[in-house]
Ligand binder design. Sequence first.
Ligand code: ZN
Length: 501
Amino acid sequence: MRLYNTLTRRKEEFKPRELGKVAFYLCGPTVYNHIHIGNARTFLSFDVIRRYLEFSGYEVTYVQNVTDVDDKIIKRAAEEGRTVTEVAEEYTTAFIEVMHALGVKDPTIRPKATEEIPAMLALIECLVAGENAYESGGDVYFSVRSFPSYGKLSGRDIEQLQSGARVEIDERKRDPLDFALWKAAKPGEPSWPSPWGEGRPGWHIECSAMSERYLGTPFDIHAGGDDLVFPHHENERAQSEACSHTTFAHYWLHGGMLTIDREKMAKSVGNFLLLKDVLEKVRPQALRLLMLQTQYRSPFDYSVERLSEATAALERVESALRNLAWTTENYAGVPIAPNEPGERAVSWTGDLLARIERTREQFVLAMDDDFNTAGAVAAIFELVTAGNSSVSDGVLSESHRLAVIETADTIIKLLGVLGVMLGVDDSEDAEELPLETVELARELAGYHGDIPAEAVDLLLALRREARTHKDWATADAVRDGLGTLGFVIEDTSTGTRVVRR
Ligand SMILES: [Zn+2]
């Protein structure tokens, strides 16, 4: 597996610090507002990378913080006459809800900055003791010039930063490049006691303290959007390495930016899109599929047209899967010849099995090459097309039937690795199947599991089988049993299903 490392500016072979395990830190949201779809793209990209690492056999410890004390939160609270905690809690809850809606897995650990102050104080004390930081008027600043490799991550030169940037002159700083680790309390702001008086942490120190505490250093992957490379990640690295004298993180991964209709998203342009508003209009799986069609480091352009194309593509996959399921279940077309498969059957089966194998290989090759989701999705779509044409004459033999089933399973599984969950109806009117279906399947069909969807599938298969043998009593028992639970059986062109009466 090769991944692009911002620190070295090249693709590198991925070697975790511990065999089979990955320690992963992703900068989380500052909870002062609902997240926009640019943030969503970053969080989705790293969710997919995490899922793929897990699929590849790694045990991933995935830490994503919540910045719940910050200038923007304080400002919003003051404007709305609320406490900082109230504002932070509202948007933390909203953030988690919208991540769930998008199918982003919860992190292994989700630390909150306000609950990690002791670790931040310990790190600042270490930096002050080592003369990498100094106190000034109740603030504490990091001395950028005390860390010789400052600028290495973002590829910036200290002298250029000094002369080029509009560095504000601040009398409390010894050098305009220095940045705050700790800010003295102002009236009405949340604050914590410290050796330098009441105050609160700076943003950068939060991530250093939380990643070190939960992952240890050096950890494997530090990730975020590419707007965080400078100054946030540059500063995190300087703070952590100045204190520990060891590497902070081995691989730095940064997601590309998002544009809308080829324009930068900005409140001033009036094209600022919140994720929650987008999700009210489209299926989350379609938005996910759209974002996957661009590799995570490349700029991604969002438009309503592209989103409807992705919705149509998702529907094509679903329709193909229904088609494959219908054909294998109903043996439509040419009758099955289990012992003497015709020539076409042999060639369809062989072609399909080869195509499945090739898809799996292409999927892994693409993903192992710096998480090229665009290539991975393209490989899956080729299998969708191959599956569809393979059943154009129905199912031709038992081996062909098994190959078709494997085609459908492969499509579902590989899309699932990317977090596109098919077979899960994510529309709001999705039917909840009651647990009683499990009882019914146990009674009528000898079912041993405990999953309602499986139970219903088995009941429908039993009914189909019974009708083939003109065993009307069994077929009626299935119909009546499901009827008692409030469901009717519908035979449609795409298969048999149950719907609530
Ligand atoms: Zn961070």
